[in-house]
Design a protein around this ligand. Sequence first.
Ligand code: OAD
Length: 249
Amino acid sequence: MSEIPIPAELIARLRGARRVAVLTGAGVSAESGVPTFREAQTGLWARYNPEDLATPDAFRRDPKLVWEWYAWRRERVRQAEPNPGHRALVALEQHIAEFSLITQNVDGLHRRAGSHQLIELHGNLFRAKCSSEDRPVENWPDGDEIPPRCPRCGGLLRPDVVWFGEMLPANALHAAQHAAASAEIFFSIGTSALVYPAAELPMIALAAGATVVEINPQPTPLSARVTYSLNGPAGAVLPALIAQAWEAA
Ligand code: OAD
C-alpha cells in the first residue's frame, strides 16, 4: 500500500499534546470484518431496514426478530479480532496524559484490544437490559425463550444499545462532550459524521480551538471543516501516526 503522508506539524503537535480525544465509528472495525452501516452494498443499513430492527417500536412489534438480529451481530463480532487501528489507539492512550476514546461502536473491540479510557456512546452488543425496568442484566439464561426474560421481574430482555429515537446514556454523553471541549487534539476516525449527538463532538472541539483530524478513506460532511484530513484506512494511518510520533529515530 502506498504511504499516506502525515504532516510533520501534526506529528509535532501530537508529541507535545497532554489532552487528546478520539471519536470512532464503524469504519475502525471494518478491517476486522465487521460491517459498517451506511456504505453502499456492504453497509448494514443497505441490507436491512433500521425501522424494522433498531427502534423501540420494532422491538414492541417483533421482539424475537430484533433479539435474533442482534444475536447474529454478536456472533459475527465474536469471530472478529481487533485490527492494527484498534491496537494503535491502545498505544496512543499510553502516550497521552489525559486521553478519552469515545466510540459509537457497540462491538467491544476497543476494550478487547486493551483500551481503558473508553466512553461507549451507543451501548454494547454484549450487554442486555430489562425492557421493563431499564436496568442492565449481566447474565441471562440462554434457553428456548427468545428474547430471554429478566431474572428479576420476568420482563423481556433487549440488547443494551441505543436505538433510533432513544436518548444516549447521559453520563457517557456528558463525559464525551467534556472531553471534546477540553481536547488539544481531537480525532474523528471511521465515522460518516452524520448521526447526532456524536456528530456534534468534532464541532465542539473545533469551537474550543482544538486541532481536529479526520481519518477516513472517504470524504464526510466534516472533511471541509477539519484541520487535517488523512484519507486512508484507520488500520494503516493510525499505526503510521504512532510510529512517526514516538518510534521514529
Ligand atoms: P457509518 O457506516 O455511517 O460510516 C462508516 C464510515 O467509516 C464511512 O465514512 C466510511 O467511509 C468509513 N470507513 C470505512 N472503512 C474504513 C477504514 N478502514 N478506516 C477508516 N474509515 C473507514 O458508521 P458510523 O459513522 O459509525 O448507531 O455510524 C454511526 C451510527 O449510525 C452507528 O453507531 C449506528 C448507526 O445507525 C446506532 O446503532 C445507534
